[in-house]
Design a protein around this ligand. Structure first.
Ligand SMILES: [Zn+2]
Length: 268
């Protein structure tokens, strides 16, 4: 493997596009082809696992449609980028074209096949970008925190959900997977907290609102202590508080149990 080419058996040399650097020389390679006809090479490498650098601090993470991840620290929020939405018009055009050219029964025309292929390509591109963003974000969160409390939210991917909703759910799914995997690999304490009541509980005094907040209501106001905070930010703080108290459900933290010595923003 030199001059940017991969040398296969029988001296076949092919140019490659590297998605990341290879740490040491690989011991084997597997070549695969996806449904779009793109070729991929995956390498097996032996590497010594270096323990992740120490990190201090804890973070709570709440998932959402508008902002993919709202955390206890705004510097680590992951905005919803909507890669799919951005190429939605391109996609819609390709889809219209493909349906216009679709023949019921019988063989499909070249034009249809080309258009259908374009649709698949755009989907794949968006998914790759989502994956990349999730990876970068998870890395910076894991590098900087040793306690990571994550809302255990599972997107449902219902057939009737809108395209935008599907895109948002895909971003949440990718980010959640990355943060859990990376966090555990780095030896961080990763706690999954059930989503029930996280948005209706006050992160300051743990009083629970009598009513669920409407989705349009973006600000949480505590009826008991007057604490006011953005809805998602408050939920992220509740998620972290639950995890720091050794629980995984809001119900397990009583209002009195919440009053723990908190110094600055770091609870001990
Ligand atoms: Zn309160």
């Amino acid at each position: 493997m030199n001059d940017g080419r991969l040398v296969l058996a029988k001296g076949v040399r092919i140019p490659v596009v590297w998605s990341r650097e290879l740490p040491p020389e690989p011991t084997s390679v597997r070549i695969t082809q996806d449904s779009l006809g793109h070729w991929y090479a995956s390498f097996v490498v032996h590497r010594t696992v270096e323990p992740a650098a120490m990190a201090e601090g804890s973070i709570g993470i709440d998932w959402g449609v508008r902002t993919t991840a709202t955390t206890t620290d705004p510097a680590f929020d992951l905005p919803h980028r909507g890669h799919r939405a951005r190429c939605a018009s391109e996609l819609a055009r390709a889809q219209r074209k493909s349906s216009r050219r679709h023949r019921k029964g019988g063989p499909q025309s070249r034009g249809y096949q080309r258009a259908a292929r374009m649709v698949a390509k755009l989907h794949k591109k968006a998914a790759r970008q989502t994956q990349h963003d999730a990876r970068m974000w998870a890395k910076s969160v894991v590098d900087n925190h040793d306690v990571i409390a994550v809302e255990d939210f599972t997107p449902k991917f219902l057939a009737k959900s809108t395209m935008a909703r599907k895109a948002a759910d895909a971003e949440i799914g990718a980010a959640k997977r990355e943060i859990i995997e990376r966090g555990e690999r780095a030896g961080r304490m990763v706690v999954l907290v059930r989503p029930a009541h996280t948005t209706m509980t006050c992160s300051s005094c743990f009083a629970r609102a009598k009513q669920r907040l409407e989705l349009a209501e973006r600000v949480f106001r505590c009826h008991a202590c007057g604490f006011t905070e953005g809805r998602d930010r408050n939920a992220a703080r509740v998620i972290l508080a639950v995890a720091e108290r050794g629980h995984t459900r809001v119900e397990d933290v009583s209002q009195s149990g919440h009053r723990l010595p908190v110094v600055g923003s770091v609870a001990v």
